[in-house]
Design a protein around this ligand. Structure first.
Ligand SMILES: Nc1ncnc2c1ncn2[C@@H]1O[C@H](COP(=O)(O)OP(=O)(O)O)[C@@H](O)[C@H]1O
Ligand SMILES: [Mg+2]
Length: 241
């Protein structure tokens, strides 16, 4: 298996795809061949008789991956439910062996592969198999995206604790602002976390208005906001200092 990173979050809708796309674009612009994978995507809308895995499409665009969408996202599920439930209701049996084979293929053709989970670490892929189990079997170190708002300290610490219990290596967490304005919690969370966990904060992403993103200013600020050393540690197989 090639090198890769598993991108998880404290919840659904916290910016995993947003972050993964920014990171994929930055690495691609730096000359790396970036692979992407979304093992299962639920809530896919149907268009012209085909399911439309939006996250996988965004990841493919950002990384310029040449892999077909069916490979980037082997399980495309209709209903907006946890993948194990959506798959059961769609009459599909998810197979971890298939995901391992696909990850192997994608990662061996790229310098680094970004794998985006769904929801958080304990979301089930199979009735008794979670994304934490998948990250472990793929031997992927983890980046946790946390919505920087009130309640996040609890969600993030629970996620880090579960990662530890499952024997996952967490490279760092990223605090992501999903709203404009200056909420007090978002101003104080980073410092509060510094005495609660030894895991490093790998960056704080500002809220980016859609109009600003269109001019691609976000890619520029992303390079400044995110600590790329955690990716270097994967690419160079160096322990983090
Ligand atoms: N820093 C940010 N600034 C502005 N919008 C953001 C930011 N992070 C995420 N979003 C938006 O929030 C929504 C949810 O983000 P997404 O990356 O899809 O979450 P997830 O992949 O964790 O479900 C998307 O519409 C995304 O564009
Ligand atoms: Mg997503």
């Amino acid at each position: 298996m090639g090198k890769g990173v598993f991108i998880t979050g404290t919840d659904t809708g916290v910016g995993k795809t947003f972050f993964a796309c920014k990171l994929a674009a930055l690495l691609r612009e730096s000359g790396y061949r970036v692979g992407v994978m979304k093992p299962a995507e639920s809530g896919c809308a149907e268009r012209q008789g085909r399911l439309y895995p939006e996250d996988a499409i965004l990841l493919k665009e950002a990384s310029a991956s040449q892999d077909p969408l069916d490979k980037i996202c082997p399980y495309q599920l209709r209903e907006p439910l946890a993948p194990s439930v959506a798959a059961q209701r769609q009459g599909i049996t998810l197979e971890v062996d298939r995901l391992m084979d696909v990850y192997d293929e994608i990662s061996s053709g790229h310098d680094i592969t970004l794998v985006e989970g769904a929801g958080g670490l304990m979301v089930p892929l199979l009735p008794s198999y979670t994304y934490a189990d998948l990250a472990r079997v793929l031997k992927l170190p983890v980046i946790v995206i946390a919505a920087n708002r009130l309640g996040m300290i609890n969600h993030l610490l629970l996620t880090l604790e579960h990662a530890r219990c499952k024997g996952l290596r967490v490279l760092g967490y990223v605090l992501n602002r999903l709203e404009s304005g200056v909420p007090l919690a978002a101003e104080t969370n980073r410092e509060a976390l510094s005495t609660l966990t030894a895991v490093r904060c790998a960056g704080e992403l500002p809220f980016v208005a859609a109009s600003e993103d269109a001019y691609n200013k976000a890619a520029y600020s992303f390079a400044e906001q995110f600590d790329l050393r955690i990716i270097d540690s994967v690419l160079c197989e160096r322990p983090l200092r």
